[in-house]
Design a protein around this ligand. Structure first.
Ligand code: SF4
Ligand code: SF4
Length: 407
């Protein structure tokens, strides 16, 4: 295993982190025996960064992890978990959530505490509720050691959040298809320049880049001089960036874990040769050729006066077309959360009022308002719209109930 240092904390973290969001399952819940064995196997093989969240596995993940780290394993790892900011109603709630998380994780401190899944509106709201003072206080009294956030919005919002606090780490979605999406390469470098450790999630786009690989892309990998699996190529490409500290993968079985640990053992920064980088570039190009809408995620069309997240909508639409066979449920779910405003403000295709402003700005000459109709038809059937409205209505009640059940 190789290790990279978090600049501000000096922690040397394993470049392969363990994401506790896709643990082995049994009877609709976590398979405790298998998950515990897997987590301990990872630690025994050098993994020392484990990432979980209040919400993972229907709120079972933190508890499972707390138990799995008994018998001396807690002392060998750094734990990261996250504040579900959309459930937080007040400054007091932040303390209450943290206390419950400490209890679930059976620890007296969280090594890396992140605000979960920030978007522009989520950030505004939680900031107004006093999150920065909360982080200062919790760091000072030792309940958390380092503060960070995970992120799902555009580069402008990312920079704004980065510049708003003395963060220790951030967690971004990054892979060879997302160089210009969300924080992207620009965000990665921006954070690293400010000595913020960068943890990467979705390195293989929820596993889509490793499984169900289209024949055109498979042919590209087979043609390379160096033989690697699609997963290895994807992970090596990310670790090749010196700005990346840790890559998280959700590994649900031992063979996946062992393959990733093996790949991590030789993934030095800047270690891929130019022809290897070309192989990855060609794969990305092939994927992009398969995309229906030729959006490059350049953001020139933004902001939309009606609030549509234009590149975000197109990315989810393209993903559903490329990976639809295995990932369609996941894409639908992401659209519901991020575009229909379950976690933040609404930014879905149906908000488009056909003003045409974006069309003039798009270098790809995409007929954006026309495509918005198609995105809406794909993702926003009446039943989905109803579900999203209902979820928004019940969210304040859910916030309270979610708390009360742990009292
Ligand atoms: S045409 Fe639609 S998507 Fe484009 S700027 Fe106007 S409202 Fe936004
Ligand atoms: S300007 Fe065009 S290519 Fe750029 S993000 Fe908008 S739709 Fe995509």
């Amino acid at each position: 295993m190789l290790y990279r240092e978090v600049p501000k904390s000096g922690d040397k973290l394993s470049i392969q982190g363990f994401g506790a969001m896709r643990l082995p399952k049994k009877d609709g819940g976590i398979n405790h025996e298998k998950a515990t064995a897997l987590i301990r196997h990872a630690i025994d093989n050098g993994v020392n960064y484990i990432d979980t969240a209040w919400t993972y596995h229907g709120e079972e993940s933190e508890k499972l992890l707390g138990n799995a780290l008994a018998e001396g394993y807690r002392e060998r790892v750094r734990i990261a978990t996250k504040m579900p900011h959309w459930l937080v109603s007040s400054r007091q709630d932040m303390d209450k959530f943290l206390e419950l998380q400490l209890k679930r994780l059976r620890t007296d401190h969280i090594d890396y505490y992140l605000i979960h899944s920030l978007t522009a509106s989520g950030w505004m709201e939680i900031k107004e509720k006093g999150v920065l003072e909360f982080l200062d206080t919790a760091k000072k009294d030792g309940r958390i050691k380092n503060a960070g956030f995970s992120f799902h919005d555009n580069i402008k919002v990312f920079k704004e959040i980065i510049d708003s606090y003395d963060w220790d780490i951030c967690l971004i979605q990054y892979n060879y298809l997302d160089e210009n999406h969300q924080a992207g390469t620009e965000g990665l470098k921006y954070a690293a320049e400010k000595d913020i450790g960068v943890i990467v999630m979705e390195p293989l786009r929820g596993g889509s880049l490793a499984t169900n690989v289209p024949p055109e892309v498979e042919k590209n990998w087979e043609g390379a001089d160096v033989k690697r699996t699609p997963a290895e190529w994807g992970l090596r490409w990310i670790w090749n960036h010196p700005e990346v500290t840790v890559v998280l993968s959700g590994m649900s079985d031992k063979s996946q874990l062992d393959e990733n640990i093996r790949t991590a053992s030789e993934a030095y920064p800047d270690s891929l040769a130019e022809d290897e980088l070309d192989t990855v570039r060609r794969a990305a190009k092939k994927y992009k050729e398969l995309a229906t809408i030729p959006c490059t995620g350049c953001n020139y069309c933004m902001p939309c006066p009606a609030g549509v997240d234009i590149p975000g909508c197109f990315d989810l639409y393209n993903s559903s077309k490329i990976f639809g066979g295995t990932n369609d449920g996941g894409t639908q779910h992401r659209y519901l959360l991020y575009q229909m405003g379950i976690l933040g403000e609404r930014s879905s295709a149906s908000l488009c009022v056909n003003c045409g402003k974006c069309k003039e700005l798009c270098p790809q000459k995409i007929d954006i308002p026309e495509w918005m109709k198609e995105v809406e038809a794909q993702f926003e059937q009446p039943v989905v719209k109803f579900k999203a409205s209902a979820m928004r209505l019940v969210l304040p009640v859910f916030r309270r109930v979610s708390f009360l059940k742990y009292r």
